[in-house]
Design a protein around this ligand. Structure first.
Ligand code: TRP
Ligand code: ZN
Length: 873
């Protein structure tokens, strides 16, 4: 398969040719598609002897090549496996035409042009355009595209591409065939090109922009799916309004198309004016999707829409700058969700997600900076570090500068770089320059801040206190370090914004303060505090002000105090998380911390009481256990199975001990439960959480309620029901899974959930079950959603995946090898399930290594090979 070669940031050089326009003629035939591309080419160094022109092309059958309509002699070019080289292109502007044939019908990679169901669709990011035609296929080559699509009218009644529809109608020369001509006035890189042809149904709405233009919004879905589009459409309209209101950014074309595709490697794609979505992120209503899924759909629709400015109008110079568009767009979609729903809950959700995915990545073999300096397969770098840590860096700029100065910088960024392919340095420079317009000092060293982009690893902040009760003086000694990561043995101190405050003994909150950490060690002295035996409680990293891990010398009493009184929702939640960590780690180590559990129970009783925590959604965050990844990172030797069992046991214990207040709270839940999302979400969450505790404690009435929910009107409650029964070996669980199966087997998008539930259910016959899922008549091995449901479900099934005999690891490795034969992007992402292996016990390491050895000795794609090599390095 593809030979691996390393691409380095240091080698970046501008492409030596500009390509102001690309004209594509795409003729769809029964078994093949013929693509004729005509590019206007302008050598950048005009006059001088022309240098060779390198174009990329993968699995293309080249039929013809012409320069200025002269057929090229074979001596003037060479075609290799993945490139075409013009040895002596003209030194003056010329036009280059290639005619190629591609076969979308046997393209399982889901990159380039491929078939999904009855439609043809494209995915070009990051390097898929080269599977459609010969082209430099790099993001710093921006062109204006004009596209003619021709196809059979019956089979492909809908023909879409980027920009404006210029013409559509019959092809005079061929009966039954029609064509559409699209023109995109905005120059764009090839990765934003898209084309869709198929028998699709359109749902139409519109949006009037702030300046009064009407934009046609068109959603295209497979026949029968039209009833499930209202939520995505409304989400799009909210996104458009938000970007105008908050950033002053308007949509720039007369139409905006979205297509839902069943076979898709990722969530969605921001192609200019033709967004393509994984169908599971479009098709949803309250009966078919959970509250969480509705929120996720809203945020992904927003994410892709926001890319129109942060990504499309301003794109990336090269793929090392990927976080320029992804980190910024995640930051924007996070703010959108927080504005529409709840700042507090969104921040907690994002912090928890960062800790459980990004921190784990940053501590393992695939750790890399937000701006990497080398890669083999760029698809492997669509990571939580690029996306979520990238967003955190931008949020830190906002925290350091204050919102007003930060937004001035944003304004400058969008004005200054519109129409360009930019770098993350350009971004930071624009933010800082915009901020500085008021003449005030920055308050930190900008060069030091930029280290965040190039230094991998999660910084560790240690805070030690000295309390002088007589003088009311508190001295904080704060140290920061970052552990070595692959290729980066030595780390430098970073600029870390620390938002903190004191919380008095009476629960009275102090003023929130910003301390900028920038030294390996620094101290903060607080004078004039009330003299008391203990210092006031210290609330740290409020709002999760930096993506760091910290340790402070807080006592359990202090954490309980913050858990009860901290007025920053994140910090309050985090105090509870530290307590939960203690409890779960103790249980996993086989010694229950009885005193601490009793104390926790008392504070939960207070929270659950009628006059306790009123907001059910907040209560749920306080009652939620930390993720497995976070807990593993705190274990000397990671034992995922022990942690899983500890969670089950703690739920059972709490469900038993708190049965009365839990039931009382459950009974208070009234008509709000049936309200339409986002209303009633907190009530539903709390009901689900209480179910899972009480069901674990053996409450048969609750188990029956959970079972009934599976056939009820709300997908949210159905899934809470299933989730609370899943860990329990009981009749209700088997019935619940069967009923879910029977109810949804005709709907692939939803049925994937059944695959995931089955695969993640702890059972004695684990792997045999999983094999039957892979052999299930409704399992589509070409659909990444289905593959991820089963194999991702397996990875999340500690009992089966981490079975002591290593069978789970070997099975997973074999499956990844099979997936890799067809779909490298999905396989290499799955391969990361092994990335924790060095943290396991010696015996477990030996078992994982057997699985990894299978992978190593297999014939792998460059993508999966790179991931496996990183894990073995
Ligand atoms: N740019 C897409 C996003 O919004 C990511 C993406 C979609 C992607 N499809 C892909 C990346 C295929 C690599 C390969 O985040
Ligand atoms: Zn994105």
């Amino acid at each position: 398969m593809a030979p691996a070669s390393t691409v380095r940031l240091l080698d970046y050089r501008q492409y030596p040719f500009a390509i102001p326009s690309v004209s594509l003629d795409v003729v769809i035939e029964d078994r093949l598609v013929q693509v004729t591309s005509t590019m206007a080419v302008e050598p950048r160094a005009s006059g001088s002897a022309s240098e060779a022109m390198h174009l990329r092309g993968v699995e293309l059958e080249l039929l013809e090549i012409r320069i200025d309509d002269q057929v090229l002699a074979s001596a003037d070019y060479s075609v290799e496996t993945s490139r075409l080289v013009l040895k002596h292109p003209p030194a003056e502007p010329f036009s280059l035409t290639t005619v190629c044939r591609v076969d979308p019908f046997s393209n399982a990679s889901l990159e380039g042009l491929y078939a999904s169901g009855g439609m043809l669709t494209t995915q070009c990011e990051a390097e898929g355009f080269r599977r459609i035609t010969f082209h430099p296929d790099r993001p710093d080559v921006l062109s204006r595209y004009r596209v003619r699509i021709e196809a059979d009218r019956q089979m492909y009644p809908v023909l879409l591409s980027n920009g404006n529809l210029i013409r559509s109608g019959d092809v005079a020369s061929a009966s039954g065939r029609h064509e559409a001509i699209w023109d995109d006035p905005f120059p764009k890189p090839s990765y934003l090109f898209a084309l869709v042809a198929g028998d699709l149904r359109e749902v139409r709405d519109s949006f009037r922009t702030a300046s009064g233009r009407d934009v046609a919004l068109r959603l295209h879905v497979e026949p029968g799916d039209e009833p499930f589009t209202a939520h995505a459409m409304a989400s799009l309209q909210r996104s458009m309004a938000w970007d105008e209101k908050v950033y002053g950014l308007e949509y720039d074309l007369d139409e905006f198309n979205t297509v839902a595709v069943r076979h898709f490697n990722m969530g969605a794609m921001e192609n200019k004016s033709l967004n393509i979505f994984n169908s599971k992120l479009v098709l949803a209503d309250a009966e078919t999707a959970t509250d969480g899924e509705l929120e996720r759909i809203e945020s992904v629709v927003a994410h892709e829409y926001f890319h129109n400015w942060s990504g499309n109008r301003i794109t990336c110079r090269d793929w090392f700058q990927l976080s320029l568009k992804e980190g910024l767009t995640v930051f924007r979609d996070q703010c959108f969700t927080a504005d529409l729903h709840s700042q507090a809950l969104k921040r907690i959700e994002d912090a928890s997600m960062l800790r459980n995915t990004q921190f784990r990545e940053d501590a393992g073999p695939t750790a890399h900076p937000v701006k990497p300096d080398a890669y083999q397969a760029i698809d492997n770098f669509y990571t939580t570090t690029i996306y979520e840590k990238g967003a955190e860096l931008i949020r830190m700029l906002q925290t350091l500068l204050g919102k007003e100065r930060f937004m001035r910088g944003m304004g400058l960024y969008f004005r200054r770089h519109d129409g360009e392919a930019a770098t993350t340095n350009d971004f930071v420079a624009a933010i800082l320059q915009g901020a500085l317009e008021d003449g005030e000092p920055l308050g930190f060293d900008p060069e030091q801040f930029e280290r965040w982009y190039v230094q991998a690893g999660t910084p560790e902040v240690q805070i030690a206190r000295a309390w002088d009760p007589q003088h009311g003086r508190l001295t904080l000694t704060i140290r920061q370090t970052t552990a070595a990561t692959p290729g980066q043995p030595d780390k430098q101190p970073l600029v870390i914004p620390l938002l903190w405050s004191l919380v008095g003994a009476d629960g009275e909150p102090g003023e929130e303060q910003l301390l900028v950490l920038d030294q390996p060690e620094q101290t903060l002295v607080l004078e004039g505090l009330a003299s008391a035996e203990q210092p006031p409680a210290l609330s740290l990293f409020r709002q999760f002000s930096a993506p760091v891990h910290w340790q402070a010398d807080q006592s359990m009493t202090e954490l309980f105090h913050l858990f009860a009184y901290d007025n920053d929702p994140f910090a309050r939640w985090d105090a509870g998380q530290q307590l939960w960590q203690r409890l779960l780690l103790a249980r996993a180590a086989g010694d229950v911390d009885i005193a601490l559990e009793k104390q926790m129970q008392s504070s939960l009783e207070v929270l659950l009481a009628a006059d306790g925590e009123q907001d059910p959604a907040v209560l749920v965050t306080l009652l939620s256990f930390p993720g497995g990844a976070e807990l593993e990172a705190l274990q000397e030797v990671a034992e995922p199975l022990d942690l899983y069992l500890a969670g089950c046991a703690l739920r059972e214990q709490l469900g038993t001990a708190l049965a009365i207040p839990l039931k009382a709270r459950l009974e208070q839940m009234g008509p709000q439960l049936d309200q339409v999302w986002p209303e009633g979400q907190g009530e539903r969450q709390l009901t689900g959480l209480i179910w899972s505790w009480l069901a674990a404690a053996g409450d048969h009435q609750v188990r029956d309620q959970a079972l009934d929910a599976v056939t009820g009107p709300s997908m949210t409650m159905a899934r809470y029901g299933l989730r609370s029964l899943q860990p329990l070996d009981c009749v209700q669980r088997e019935k619940a899974l069967q009923r879910f199966h029977d109810r949804w087997q005709q709907r692939p998008v939803i049925f994937d959930t059944w695959f995931a539930l089955e695969a993640s259910t702890p059972r004695a016959d684990g792997l045999e079950r999983i094999q039957t899922l892979l052999d299930h008549p409704r399992f589509d091995p070409m659909a990444p959603n289905a593959v991820r449901a089963v194999l991702g479900g397996l990875a999340g099934n500690p009992v089966v995946f981490h079975a002591a005999d290593g069978s789970g690891y070997r099975f997973m490795a074999q499956q990844i090898i099979a997936v890799d034969q067809r779909n490298a992007i999905t396989a290499s992402r799955l391969a990361k399930v092994f990335s924790r292996w060095r943290f396991y016990s010696k015996e477990r390491q030996r078992q994982v290594l057997e699985g990894l050895a299978l992978l190593q000795s297999a014939e792998l794609s460059a993508n999966t090979r790179e991931v496996v090599d990183m894990m073995m390095a």
